[in-house]
Design a protein around this ligand. Structure first.
Ligand code: ADP
Ligand code: MG
Ligand code: MG
Length: 894
């Protein structure tokens, strides 16, 4: 018999393995409790309970009883009763999903306070002001989060009291005023909801738990999930935890600490501390925190103890951890831990250092970094001169270089970025409501808050450039401008450069230069600890990966660059651009040719040019395979635009004969749907001599290279094949030409002939096609278009945003391979092809070849190589290595 589902676990009953059920925060609290760290006791309501609530609209019937039982245990442990009038137990109700979603969902503190227990708290703590401050915080948070009252209404009321008092922050308000404020808050709630703030503590608790469940579907939580590709159906757990107070005076406080620096990865504890404050004040960045180091002087005992706990956690999790902690009258409490988010540079540094410290091995170090982080490190940086005086200095919270126009709110950032403009979002501080703007903008700049402020944490998580706490700036969103200490005024629409590595802001657009990592990847020489960490990780990836990585490159320059970046050949060398520019007239002549001789003459003129193209590329990739795709797009793409021609002819007094002829041809060749028209192999078979010219150019280029003492390895690739018959005919033609060149030159030529698999029919009949192919190269861009029956450009401009928003796609199938559909075709074709031809070589040359998740899939599908743009090669190498490790890990545990 299966055990009945449990919906509530005490912290002491859980563990880190239970993160699916308890959420990341709950699992962390449980793990710390087991390790003996000082965690205020409590219990976790599971994600399962949330899922039931979200699907049925009601809590599971057992939940109330289980909660009551867990609460009774908690009350006994604390020796106090929730909301009791004399010395009340207060609790926090905290959201916590499987994956950390900082600030995206709700938390309510100080549950259990009411008109009676507030006096009890005042007496028990000996601090009347503190008690009333806690009560007004509860009513405010509860009113907003649980009862749905506009948060600004409360803020306005607080602001009025501040002005009356002539004080700038809440500390200037005394107990009497705060008591007054609670009354005002209560009437705001009554006015806005027609309901009273609930006095019953158990009511408060249950409603808060429900509100946390509901916050899973809040707008900003959904937006964040879509961005981070977190599934929508996981639900959140809810942690109910005894309150501890950091706002009981100067011997109390709260902070955030990291076992290593999350922005650089440097060893040594790191963090922010805010004396005499509650936890949410640090994250909100409403008051400026002091560096954690200062705690050493303020409270040496807690400082040492905190250091011990951080070491315990890092040794236990064997990774960078961050914690939230609170000191209540000299007593340290740990309120949260998790393996911390970090910048790309920190990820490489930390993995490298942990391996050197022998905490983890090389395989695990590789698993700790990823291709996206590597790509970020390759972004260019600013090239500054001593003459570039920054407008302001702030905290370098998330590294990188960004140039854009200044905007002051989310809406403007979204509007301008939709219009293709790069923007810099400037705020005093950010709140979760600024998320859409942070996504749209290139960088975030704030005048308040430190490395652990909302802006910093979220920007780091998204890889956005961020400078925060630039205190010399006065940000005036209403007037749409900010001013500097020196008196400079920067208005909305002005261009600035934000250097998230140095923590500076500059007026205008600074020039960019290659990053150190980008440079080191090309030269292979490390120039510092970061480049060393990156090169080490890549070297290990190269040693474990099975997938080869090739480049998509059409020019000798790109080929050479790709090779420096580690490409082992070219997987896709397109030939169409070789017909543009000056050569357009030759192509026109070929298309317009009235007879074979005319066409042959045009093709003959193209031949030496095309041969020279191939010689350069084969030279750059000497000794490595170069897969050359014969011309693919419809020929009319090489002719002038129809409307343009028509207009030109209509306007001319003496219509040009050539133009007339061109227009006729353009009209004759016009296709309703060129993507599905006369292109690819169809073109090669339909236009006499075209394919022969290209094959001859390749063959002669190979001969040329052989005679120069090179080792050319050209492969001929036929695009858009749908049936083996097409490939047989094309292949026969290619072999005929190859044999001619062999006879003429006396050189031995070994040029494999293969095909793109980019039509569903090709994939489905791969067994037949493999009879005539030496290799398959999956053109996953076209294969995705033809499998889904959509045109990428049209779809991306029209319904893709809607589909992403509705969750029909969690990511565009053009970015990450659609494993279920397109991926299934790939797997099928590989298997069927190999069954017929065991030496069949298989690779991918679509955009997906450079996408981390897709690379893992291609590894599992057993392909031989992926091919991608030169700049994506390092990341592809890294991911191919990680895929090989992930594969052994799963087969070991089977
Ligand atoms: P988030 O996930 O947004 O960080 P948390 O649940 O961690 O939300 O809570 C918000 C803030 O409230 C944090 O700073 C946290 O430390 C503080 N907090 C939560 N529970 C307690 C508690 N029991 N006692 C004191 N502070 C708490
Ligand atoms: Mg937290
Ligand atoms: Mg194609």
């Amino acid at each position: 018999m299966s055990k009945p589902t449990r919906y509530v676990y005490e912290f002491a009953e859980g563990s880190r393995e239970m993160a699916d059920l308890l959420g990341g925060k709950g699992a962390g609290l449980a793990e710390m409790t087991r390790l003996g760290l000082p965690v205020p006791p409590g219990f976790t309501v599971t994600t399962e309970a949330c899922k039931v609530y979200l699907t049925t609209g009601e809590e599971p019937p057992e939940l109330g009883i289980e909660e009551a039982r867990a609460l009774a245990v908690l009350e006994r442990a604390m020796g106090r009763t929730l909301g009791a009038p004399d010395d009340p137990l207060l609790v926090s109700v905290r959201s916590g999903a499987r994956f950390s979603m900082p600030g995206m969902m709700e938390t309510v503190l100080d549950i259990g306070l009411n008109d009676a227990s507030v006096t009890g708290l005042a007496k028990a703590s000996g601090q009347e002001r503190f008690a009333w401050d806690s009560y007004r915080r509860l009513i405010q948070m509860f009113g907003h989060t649980v009862m749905g009252v506009e948060g600004d209404l409360f803020e306005q009321a607080v602001a009025e009291h501040r002005t009356q008092r002539g004080t700038r922050d809440d500390h200037g308000l005394d107990a009497g005023e705060l008591a007054h404020l609670t009354d005002e808050f209560k009437s705001i709630i009554r006015r806005e909801t027609g309901e009273d703030f609930p006095q019953n503590p158990v009511d408060q608790l249950q409603r808060a738990v429900r509100a946390v469940f509901e916050s899973w579907n809040g707008e900003r939580a959904r937006l964040y999930r879509h961005r981070e590709h977190i599934p929508d159906d996981l639900g959140t757990a809810v942690n109910v935890q005894a309150m501890v107070f950091g706002n009981l005076g100067s011997d109390s406080g709260t902070g955030v600490a990291f076992t290593r620096d999350p922005s650089t990865g440097a060893r040594g504890t790191y963090g922010d501390y805010l004396p005499d404050a509650q936890g949410e004040d640090v994250v909100a960045g409403v008051r400026d925190a002091v560096p954690l180091d200062e705690l050493k002087a303020l409270d040496p005992r807690s400082y040492v103890e905190l250091g011990d706990h951080l070491r315990t956690l890092e040794n236990h999790y064997r990774d960078l951890c961050d914690v939230e902690f609170t000191i209540e009258r000299g007593r340290l409490w740990i309120l949260q831990t998790r393996v911390g988010k970090r910048t790309a540079a920190a990820a490489f540094h930390i993995a490298h250092d942990l391996r050197e410290e022998q905490t983890i091995d090389a395989d695990e170090a590789l698993a700790r970094v990823d291709g996206a982080a590597l790509t970020r490190l390759m972004f260019p940086r600013f090239e500054t001169t001593p003459a570039d005086v920054p407008l302001a200095h702030g905290v370098p919270a998330s590294p990188g270089a960004a140039v854009g126009v200044v905007v002051f709110d989310s809406a403007e950032a979204q509007r301008r970025s939709a219009a293709g403009q790069d923007t810099i979002l400037v705020r005093r501080e950010t709140t979760p409501d600024d998320l859409p703007g942070m996504i749209a903008a290139q960088a975030v700049l704030t005048s308040r808050g430190g490395k652990t402020s909302h802006a910093a944490v979220v920007a780091r998580g998204m890889g956005r450039v961020c400078v925060c706490g630039a205190e010399s700036l006065t940000v005036d969103p209403a007037a749409r401008r900010f001013t500097t200490d020196a008196g400079a005024v920067v208005r909305e629409g002005d261009t600035v450069s934000v250097d998230g590595t140095a923590g500076t802001v500059h007026l205008g657009a600074l020039p960019l230069t290659a990053s150190d990592v980008g440079r080191a990847l090309e030269t292979g020489a490390s120039t510092g600890s970061l480049t060393e960490a990156v090169l080490d990780a890549l070297a290990h990836a190269d040693s474990v990966r099975r997938l080869e990585v090739r480049a998509n490159a059409d020019t000798p320059e790109d080929a050479a660059r790709a090779r420096r970046l580690g490409a082992r050949g070219i997987g896709l060398c397109r030939t169409e651009h070789m017909f543009l520019g000056d050569r357009r007239t030759l192509v026109e002549a070929m298309i317009l040719a009235r007879d074979d001789t005319g066409r042959e003459r045009a093709l003959e003129a193209l031949l030496p040019l095309q041969r020279a193209d191939f010689i350069g590329i084969l030279e750059a990739m000497d000794g490595l395979p170069v897969t050359i795709r014969l011309i693919d797009p419809p020929l009319h793409e090489f002719l002038p635009d129809r409307t343009e021609l028509a207009v030109r002819l209509a306007g001319a007094t003496h219509p040009d004969v050539h133009d007339r002829e061109l227009l006729d041809t353009v009209e004759r060749m016009h296709e309703q749907n060129p993507m599905l028209g006369l292109r690819g192999v169809r073109l090669g078979l339909a236009v006499p001599g075209l394919m022969a010219m290209q094959v001859r150019a390749i063959a002669e280029a190979v001969v040329h290279r052989l005679r120069e003492g090179g080792r050319p390895r050209a492969e001929i690739m036929i695009p858009l094949v749908g049936t083996v018959e097409e490939l047989r005919l094309a292949r026969a033609e290619a072999e005929r030409v190859l044999a001619e060149v062999v006879a003429e030159s006396g050189e031995f030529l070994d040029c494999p002939v293969g095909t793109m698999i980019e039509l569903p029919r090709a994939a489905l009949t791969a067994g037949r096609i493999a009879e005539a192919a030496d290799f398959f190269s999956f053109g996953t861009n076209d294969l995705t278009q033809t499998t889904w029956g959509l045109s990428r450009d049209d779809a991306e401009a029209s319904f893709f945003p809607l589909y992403l928003d509705k969750g029909i796609f969690s990511v565009s199938p053009f970015e990450t391979i659609d494993q279920e559909g397109v991926g299934r075709l790939v797997e099928w074709a590989v298997e069927a092809g190999r069954a017929v031809n065991s030496r069949l070589e298989t690779g991918v040359c679509g955009e997906h070849g450079g996408d981390p998740e897709s690379i893992h899939f291609f590894h599992r599908a057993g392909l031989d190589y992926v091919s991608c743009s030169p700049f994506r090669i390092p990341a592809a190498r890294l991911e191919a290595g990680r895929a090989a490790l992930a594969d052994t890990a799963t087969s070991d545990s089977r």
